[in-house]
Structures are given as structure tokens and as C-alpha cells.
Design a protein around this ligand. Structure first.
Ligand code: ADP
Ligand code: ZN
Length: 213
């Protein structure tokens, strides 16, 4: 099952991808997480990506495509994967269809007000990258990761100003992918406003159908 999770930042793609990854035992590949890991460990890729991410704009296609291709070639992707945050442009989607077949694209739909609420309350584990929300999905202990006891932090691209910029970028460059995948008959629309569990139940139903195809 080769999956793409589409939707604006803050819609809940990463949260759902984590649950799907565990349930179906396929890797969750977040292009943003790979970049952030590289920035943290100060690799060449990280240095290149940082200047774009800090501004709230997309990392150029060529850099992103190469990174994702290398990741998809790894052995753990042979039975499927979930791409979260990639593709983000039509050029990336064209590149992706040249290297693999996608089984299903889930489009997570959420209003701008809800997006801002979710992103401003989001906290990420510094160590294992697990995502929480101070109100909607809090850890057992404040600011401490349930899984690995790592510190929960707010990302540097989560200030209101950068969020607005990222949403604009999304509308301009990524939203056209909705039509792109609709035309290919791969797109499934998902209301991302209910609770995490309710959405996960709907996602599971869809994916059980997809995996039987
Ligand atoms: P994305 O990967 O699309 O940017 P995330 O999965 O990081 O989005 O979710 C954004 C924030 O909203 C996180 O803090 C997460 O805990 C919270 N969240 C995710 N899904 C829901 C939901 N269904 N209801 C309430 N909060 C949610
Ligand atoms: Zn953790």
C-alpha cells in the first residue's frame, strides 16, 4: 500500500500517519521530519534545507525529490509506505509517479481557524518526533514524551507569521495536487475536523478497502 497524505500544515496528517504506520506496519515518511533531523545533525542536506524552511517556503524540488527517492529505495518500503508532506508541488508529483505507483491519496480538509488552533498547540518530541497537542492530545506528563521521555518543544516554523506564509504556499503550490490526483482517480476526501480517533476509524475503513484491491 503506497500512500500519500495530502492537506495543509496542521490538518493532522502526521498524527494519522503515525497511527496508520503502526496499524499496517508500513513506514511513515515525513519529508519535513527528515529535513529537521538533518538540520539538527547539521548535515549538508540540513544546511541547504534550513534557509528555506526557516522562511516558511518550500525546499527546492530537486533537493526534496532526491532525498525522498533515496528513502523509498530502502528495504522497509517494499510492502508500502505513507508519504506525509510529499509531494508538495506538481513537479514533485510527476517525479514521484516516475519512480513508484501510488495506491491512494487521502486529502485531509480543515478550516483555517482550526489549522491555526492545531498548529499553535502542537508540541513535538525532540528525540522521537512524536506529535502532541496541549489541549487535544496532551502527554501524560506536561512537556514530556510518553514514548521516550524526550522533551516536547514547539517548532521554529510554528510562529503565527510563518504559519500564514506556509498556508499561502500550500494554496499556491500544493492545493493543485488535489485536482492532479482526482484526475488519476486516486483522491479520497477526508473531513479532518473530528477527533483523532474518529478520523483514524474512517482512514482504516478506506485503507482496508485499498489493501484488498
Ligand atoms: P500535519 O502533519 O498535517 O501538519 P499534525 O499531525 O502535526 O498535522 O497535527 C497538528 C496538531 O493538531 C498536532 O498538535 C496534533 O496533536 C493536533 N491534532 C491532530 N489531529 C487532530 C484532531 N483530529 N483533533 C484535534 N487535534 C488534532
Ligand atoms: Zn519521544
Amino acid at each position: 500500500m503506497n500512500l500519500v497524505f495530502l492537506g495543509p500544515p496542521g490538518a493532522g496528517k502526521g498524527t494519522q500517519a503515525g497511527l496508520v504506520s503502526e496499524y499496517f506496519d508500513i513506514p511513515h515518511i515525513s519529508s519535513g521530519d527528515i529535513f529537521r533531523k538533518n538540520i539538527f545533525t547539521k548535515t549538508n542536506l540540513g544546511k541547504k534545507a534550513k534557509e528555506f524552511i526557516d522562511k516558511g517556503v518550500l525546499v527546492p524540488d530537486k533537493i526534496t525529490n532526491t532525498m525522498v527517492k533515496l528513502r523509498l529505495e530502502r528495504n522497509d518500503c517494499k510492502d508500502g509506505f505513507i508519504l506525509d508532506g510529499y509531494p508538495r508541488t506538481v513537479a514533485q508529483a510527476d517525479f514521484l509517479s516516475g519512480i513508484t505507483d501510488i495506491s491512494c491519496v487521502i486529502n485531509f480538509i480543515l478550516s483555517k481557524e482550526e489549522i491555526v488552533k492545531r498548529i499553535s498547540g502542537r508540541r513535538t518530541c525532540k528525540k522521537c518526533r512524536k506529535v502532541y497537542h496541549v489541549e487535544f492530545n496532551p502527554p501524560d506528563q506536561k512537556s514530556v514524551c510518553d514514548e521516550c521521555a524526550g522533551e516536547l518543544i514547539q517548532r521554529s516554523d510554528e510562529s503565527p507569521e510563518i504559519i500564514r506564509k506556509r498556508l499561502k504556499e500550500y494554496k499556491k503550490k500544493t492545493a493543485p495536487l488535489e485536482n492532479y490526483y482526482k484526475k488519476e482517480d486516486l483522491l479520497v476526501e477526508m473531513d479532518a475536523s473530528p477527533s483523532i480517533n474518529e478520523i483514524f476509524n474512517d482512514v482504516k475503513k478506506i485503507l482496508k478497502k485499498v489493501s484488498r484491491l
